[in-house]
Design a protein around this ligand. Structure first.
Ligand code: ARG
Length: 472
């Protein structure tokens, strides 16, 4: 230390140089242990440097510090950036958090001038702006990764717009759909997820810097200037709110939890489709693992892990919600507990999105197996009922009854609906003619569902085209 610190009595700790004027003894080791955050908040180094640069430039343009001092500070911050990037920066527990680590290092590099950087600023607005910048970046990255996943889904959907598969309700065969249509359902879900991150980003894009400790600053600072420099739309309008709100992170974690829920549903389907019993899809060796004891196994571990990550991510939302609940205004140290869950949630989500995009691109459907399954389980029974309504003018409830009887007869004869002899059908309703067979195949069933958003390949292709344009 070159200056202030050397004036400190020797029974003080290094880190107390920042705030220890009224202290005459070191904090207990346990106090330091519970207080220290550098181990995790070092991840905010780039945001902290950006905030400090914007602040220093503003202080100098407003004449609060001289332009010479600002230039020295900025040079020092550049040097620190170089050290961090080179891996030579001394991250030290004694300096508690990323803010004081950088300021202490600045003082070592440029001397007493470093102390001018903290004019009209507090760690409370400093951490608020750093964390907001980090969460904003996470929302941007996540939205981009979701879009990459959507593109992977679109490519498979386009290749399989006509590939038949059973559609399920209650995980029981319901009506035939196409694999492309099924994948496009996830494109819709992930589209809403991406838009939630974009909405959250727009709402959080106000700059808390300049709120200082809690009440604002007596210096002639320009909060619009620093907000603009840091890419915010405007400064936050209440200094107490600025330093004590973390709902921007809660909102991002809510969006993350919903997205993780969608990922877990797709992951579960991949796990099910991969089983030999379903045999709907194959993953290559790139996205499967073997068993150390059972040589025949090929396990979808990535899908299983993605299915599980929602626990961690929703856990983070719960953690931060409970941290914030009941906190009086303004800043309390409780809020230091905002970072670990948020970092952890976004780490898990980003990895899941990347792995899911990889897995979706990797999978190959077994079209024959899926088509055979699509026809099983009397999946075109609804088509028979609809035909009776359309062609014979039966009320739908009567048509439903006749169809139920046809299914029962199939079960007795051990055949599928398309194989039920016409004579059998005519015992149920004399008006039935062999035109009915044209609607009883899965392909005909699918092709007939041309209502907007339906599973007919023409509709699926229309939605693929719409999404291609959106994602272009
Ligand atoms: N490390 C602290 C945090 O993450 C920075 C703010 C500290 N402010 C304070 N008044 N002690 O919240």
């Amino acid at each position: 230390m070159t200056d202030n610190a050397s004036n400190a009595p020797s029974n003080k700790a290094e880190g107390q140089a920042m705030w220890g004027g009224r202290f005459s003894a070191k904090p207990a080791e346990l106090m330091q242990a519970i207080n220290v955050s550098i181990g995790f908040d070092k991840r905010l180094w780039a945001q902290d440097l950006a905030g400090s640069r914007a602040h220093a430039a503003m202080l100098s343009s407003k004449g609060v510090i001289t332009s010479e001092d600002a230039a020295e500070i900025l040079k020092g911050l550049d040097a620190i950036e170089g050290e961090i990037e080179a891996g030579t920066f001394p991250f030290r527990d004694e300096y508690e958090d990323i803010h004081m680590n950088i300021e202490a290092r600045l003082r070592e590099l440029i001397g007493a001038t470093a102390g001018r950087l903290h004019t009209a600023r507090s760690r409370n607005d400093q951490v608020a702006v750093d964390f907001r910048l980090w969460v904003r970046g996470a929302c941007e990255r996540t939205a981009a990764q979701i879009e990459a996943l959507q593109k992977a889904l679109l490519a498979q959907a386009e290749a399989h717009a006509e590939t038949l598969m059973p559609g399920f309700t209650h995980l029981q065969p319901a009506q035939p759909v196409t694999f492309g249509h099924h994948l496009m359902a996830y494109v819709e879900m992930f589209g809403r997820d991406a838009s939630r991150f974009k909405d959250a980003r727009a709402r959080m894009n106000e700059c808390p810097l300049g709120a200082a400790a809690l009440a604002g600053s007596p210096f002639p600072i320009d909060r619009h200037q620093t907000a603009g420099t840091l890419g915010f739309d405007r400064p936050t309008a209440n200094s107490l709110d600025s330093v004590s709100s973390r709902d921007f992170a809660l909102e991002a974690l809510s969006a993350a939890s919903i997205c993780a829920t969608h990922l877990s549903r797709l992951a579960e389907e991949i796990v099910v489709w991969m089983t030999p019993q379903f045999g709907f899809i194959k993953l290559t060796d790139a996205f499967t693992t073997g068993s150390s004891i059972m040589p025949q196994k090929k396990n979808p571990d990535a899908a299983e892990l993605i299915r599980a990550k929602v626990g961690r991510i929703l856990g983070s939302l719960t953690t931060l919600t409970v941290v914030m609940k009941g906190l009086p205004l303004a800043y309390s140290k409780d809020m230091q507990e905002d970072k670990v869950p948020t970092f952890e949630a976004f780490d898990a989500l980003e990895l899941s999105l990347l792995a899911m995009a990889g897995m979706v691109a990797d999978l190959t459907p077994n079209a024959e197996r899926m088509a055979a399954a699509a026809g099983a389980g009397f999946s075109t029974a609804t088509d028979l009922a609809d035909w009776l309504v359309r062609e014979l003018g039966l009320p739908f409830r009567d048509a439903h009854h006749v169809t139920g009887a046809a299914v029962k007869r199939c079960e007795e004869l051990g055949c599928d609906l398309p194989d039920l002899p016409l004579a059998e059908l005519q015992t149920l309703n004399a008006g039935i003619n062999d035109g009915v067979y044209s609607v009883l195949t899965p392909a005909a069933s699918v092709a007939s569902r041309v209502s907007y958003g339906g599973t007919a390949p023409t509709q699926v292709r229309a939605q693929i085209a719409r999404w291609k344009e959106i994602l272009a």
